[in-house]
Write a protein that binds this ligand. Structure first.
Ligand SMILES: Cc1cc2nc3c(=O)[nH]c(=O)nc-3n(C[C@H](O)[C@H](O)[C@H](O)COP(=O)(O)OP(=O)(O)OC[C@H]3O[C@@H](n4cnc5c(N)ncnc54)[C@H](O)[C@@H]3O)c2cc1C
Length: 420
């Protein structure tokens, strides 16, 4: 039997292309911190707006690592616009500006109260995944590089938690979906190792809550891969577990020596400096972890209740097979290009961020997030008119994004849209 597709609600202002001359509608993809900043700016600017969030609650990505403490203190994590909104909505907010919150603290004290305040009433649609964005009536290769592509609205395909789909329309799209929905595989060279996909359910790709779930990790043999801040955080926690329970064996496979952008002695963020010092010591073998520096993952296969992991030295000189009960692969994430695949979006071939911004980042000083500033609205424009990638997604594989950059990007975009 063929079921009838549901008819769009004729009273829903986002369910149809708008009549000519209407105020442009703004679709914000992702209800993370930058999506929130954009929603508050849309409200201030009087744009009809709607926010789509895949998770069942706002800040879905932040909640995934909610038990982890941010490096940046409150004063760097709250924008001026958010402060104004807190005051307007009468939300009490008196936190030590120098204290660094955990992700859960951040969402509980700031993000959730603003999302649920009357200021954004009705704008947030949780449990709503953006599957793809296109131009109504146009294909990717129609009107190449032409402003004519902006004559009609974007058509946004949405899917709810039960798999039901609908299309909505907007004239301006701000993609703030971050990079956490698409974690990088652990296989050598960034594609899955043979066997990795089949063993997906046995691989952990988020920093576990080692305090609440210590029993899951204690007394096991664990392979940890990755060398960034998330992997360093996990290495430090696993070292504590292994020192406490000598039956715990942790192998830390590092593709390359740990690269730390800052000398911890010069780092103005104490939590990050402390982590860097601890990770450096662990990588030197001064802890309970067995460090396999210069090894990549070649293949995985099931071995009873364990997984056999074949590791290869990057120069090919040595192979080793280890068997682990737990695999923790922390390699960061990449932008979800499925969202913008049908748009004329010019993407950097290396970082997968918007091309002009990626070029500006490459030319900017230093690799540390504290040195990051926004690079101006020009770097956020791309051939698809009125489609903007903001927030962590705009940095792609470059992992130096800082929330404060997101606030500036939103200011710049709304300055650019001021006469619309
Ligand atoms: C462990 C950890 C610690 C960090 N510490 C700091 C710090 O100290 N300071 C700092 O400035 N930054 C820190 N960051 C970086 C931080 O995550 C980002 O700065 C911030 O979360 C980026 O916000 P965002 O809104 O751009 O993206 P996200 O927070 O990633 O939000 C994106 C949102 O989009 C939603 N989404 C994704 N795909 C879809 C889809 N297809 N449809 C609908 N919704 C979707 C997600 O569920 C999510 O809610 C840290 C990151 C991690 C992982």
């Amino acid at each position: 039997m063929i079921s009838e597709p549901s008819t769009p609600d004729s009273t829903d202002p986002f369910a149809h292309p708008a009549p000519p001359g209407s105020r442009p509608r703004l679709a914000i993809l992702g209800a993370g911190p930058v999506g929130l900043e954009a929603a508050l700016a849309a409200r201030e600017g009087g744009f009809p707006h709607r926010v789509y969030e895949k998770a069942r609650q706002p800040a879905g990505h932040v909640r995934r690592w909610g038990h982890v403490r941010l490096f940046t203190p409150w004063r760097m994590n709250v924008s001026e616009r958010m402060r104004r909104a807190l005051a307007e909505a009468g939300i009490p907010f008196e936190l030590d500006p120098e204290e660094a919150p955990t992700g859960h603290d951040y969402a509980d004290a700031l993000l959730d109260p603003l999302w649920h305040s009357p200021l954004l009433s009705g704008a947030l649609h949780t449990g709503t995944e953006v599957v793809g964005v296109t131009r109504a009536g146009l294909l990717k290769d129609d009107a190449i590089g032409s402003p004519d592509r902006g004559a009609g609205p974007f058509r946004i395909l949405l899917r709810d938690g039960r798999g039901r789909e609908r299309a909505e329309y907007a004239e301006i799209v701000l993609d703030c979906t971050g990079v956490r929905s698409r974690p990088n595989p652990l296989g050598d060279g960034g594609i899955p190792a043979p066997g990795e996909t089949a063993l997906e359910s046995r691989i952990h790709r988020e920093i576990p809550d080692f305090e609440d779930d210590a029993g899951e990790w204690s007394g096991r043999t664990i392979l940890l891969t990755g060398g960034g801040h998330s992997a360093q955080t996990a290495a430090r926690a696993l070292d504590r577990i292994a020192r406490h329970d000598p039956d715990t064996r942790v192998l830390w496979a590092l593709r390359a020596p740990l690269s730390l952008a800052e000398d911890p002695a010069d780092d103005p963020l104490p939590h990050r400096a402390e982590l860097a010092r601890a990770a450096q010591a662990l990588a030197r073998g001064e802890g309970a972890l067995e460090v396999l520096e210069g090894f990549v993952v070649d293949a995985l296969e099931p071995a009873g209740g364990r997984v056999a992991i074949r590791l290869r030295r990057r120069d090919g000189a040595e192979m080793r097979t280890v068997e682990a009960e737990r695999i923790l692969a922390l390699h960061g994430g990449v932008p979800d290009d499925r969202i913008h695949r049908q748009l004329q979006f010019h993407e950097c071939y290396a970082t997968s961020g918007p091309m002009k911004l990626a070029a500006a980042l490459l030319g900017s000083a230093g690799g540390d997030c504290l040195t990051q500033v926004s690079h101006g609205v020009e770097t956020l424009l791309n051939p698809e008119p009125d489609f903007f990638v903001l927030g962590e997604k705009s940095y792609g594989r470059n992992n130096t994004f800082l929330l404060q950059v997101g606030w500036s990007q939103v200011d710049e975009i709304f300055g650019h849209l001021a006469d619309r």
